[in-house]
Design a protein around this ligand. Structure first.
Ligand code: NAD
Length: 421
């Protein structure tokens, strides 16, 4: 693990460039992604502490009892396209450090970065067969879900596929954790700091071209907050520079496929049909030199009905949907009425409002004046509701529990002089 960490640091920029080339995100975001990947290797370097068992002496006269953790066996990790460098590292370091072997199945849309990582794993000296890379789509996933020698499945992707993976793999008796999609609400109260809130919310909505599971999507303006914040957000969104993620100064790259671009543009049209007001139109942009690229500029739909398709669907593109509410209670009710529970954020200068939100919001990752509350490697990535199927989440202690099975031993040793022979 220490050798792997050193190799990842040495090849850091090369891996970040590979992410930008295959995924489209800007180089700064790709570097941030790789930093998160390395963090997980660092935490796994401390596995002896995380994996410790328990010992109770003399649970009855002369009898001791203890619990140890042993590996589960073969793990398969099925990954999405939006973080091709980071998400495999939510699993690989912990699975291997706890004694399992792992098969990584990257998204068929972003297969390159893991090929480079596996060259480094080989250099680091991981024994043959302990870490394995396999490419492909649904057919390969289903083969892994059904295979009798695969004992555990970790999945990250859309909710429909997460549900399929969870049910099919658990039918075969495997342990499964499946992280799904999201539609993340962000509440802005009138007392929020204008400059900080505008910058952070814009970055959260449009970072990685909106293709993050922790992207802000439904922006809930409370008690007239839109008077201050909507013009500021529209101005900052429209000033974002769109282009090749490898070019310095660019804020936003393309979305992943032509199909994805068409789907996002179709959803903007749906929003208009449903009565929303298109404040900023990012459809069909002209990006010089990239006329065939999958580019979109930021869009904003205002006065979106909470019951509409665009308020309920994960757009997974650079589109902000703005909803208006009259009180914090109404806003929290709106947050909790959603299908997903990946993230919920509040922007305010009121400690009491923030505390109420933190307590009552039904989501597993909460941001208070934070736009992308991605847990550090030593905390679990805690999706709720349709954003997660399973019990134990990725990263940190949860990962150690998921990748090990507990064994309890009750032990007695007769003293020599007590033996009957
Ligand atoms: P996806 O569900 O299309 O694909 C994910 C993986 O599943 C890929 O490896 C793919 O090959 C496989 N797959 C796709 N269709 C399948 C099928 N019918 N049967 C079996 N396997 C199948 O997801 P994506 O488009 O790559 O990623 C975007 C989605 O991932 C978004 O919904 C996003 O919110 C979610 N995501 C969630 C988290 C999280 O932590 N909750 C993190 C990142 C991304």
């Amino acid at each position: 693990m220490f050798r792997l960490k050193n190799l990842l640091e040495t090849h850091f920029d090369e891996l970040a460039r590979s992410i930008t080339i295959e995924n489209g995100k800007i180089l700064d975001d790709a570097r941030a992604e790789m930093r998160r990947a390395v963090e997980n290797v660092e935490v796994a370097c401390g596995i002896p502490m995380l994996m410790l068992g328990d010992f109770a002496e003399d649970i009855a006269r002369g009898i001791d009892e203890y619990m140890i953790r042993q590996p589960v066996g073969v793990i398969a990790a099925i990954c999405p396209f939006n973080f091709p460098g980071m998400i495999p590292f939510w699993y690989l370091p912990y699975a291997v450090a706890t004694g399992n072997s792992i098969i990584i199945k990257p998204s068929e849309r972003t297969p390159l970065t893991m090929v480079k990582v596996f060259q480094l794993l080989e250099q680091a000296g991981f024994p043959a067969g302990v870490v394995n890379l396999i490419h492909g789509g649904a057919e390969v996933v289903n083969a892994l879900l059904d295979h009798p020698l695969v004992h555990g499945i970790t999945f990250v992707g859309s909710t429909a596929v997460a549900r399929h993976v969870y049910s099919r793999a658990s039918l075969h008796g495997k342990r499964v954790q499946a992280q799904g999609g999201a539609k993340n609400p962000v509440i802005i109260l009138p007392d929020a700091d204008p400059e900080m809130t505008t910058k952070i919310v814009t970055d959260s909505v449009y970072g990685n071209a909106g293709q993050r599971c922790l992207a802000a999507a439904n922006i809930v303006m409370v008690s007239g907050a839109e008077k201050t914040f909507l013009p500021l957000l529209a101005e900052m969104a429209s000033s974002r520079i769109v282009g090749n993620g490898l070019t310095a100064g660019v804020h936003m790259g393309p979305v992943i496929t032509p199909h994805s671009k068409a789907r996002i543009q179709g959803l903007i049209e749906t929003g208009i049909q449903e009565g929303a007001n298109l404040v900023l139109d990012g459809r069909n942009p002209h990006i010089a030199g990239y006329e065939q690229g999958n580019f979109l500029r930021p869009s904003i739909l205002d006065h979106v009905s909470p019951h509409s398709t665009v308020a309920r669907t994960e757009i997974f593109g650079p589109v902000m949907t703005v909803i208006h509410r009259n009180s914090v209670d109404d806003a929290i009710e709106l947050v909790n009425s959603g299908q997903y529970g990946n993230m919920a954020c509040v922007f305010t200068s009121s400690g009491a409002a923030a505390r109420k939100f933190r307590t009552e919001a039904q989501a597993g990752n909460i941001g208070i004046n934070i736009g992308v509350p991605a847990p550090m490697a030593f905390f679990p990535f805690s999706g709720w509701k349709d954003s997660f199927f399973g019990t134990l989440h990725g990263q940190g202690r949860h990962a150690v529990e998921f990748f090990t099975q507990t064994k309890v031993v009750v032990e007695r040793w007769l003293k020599e002089w007590e033996r009957p022979f």
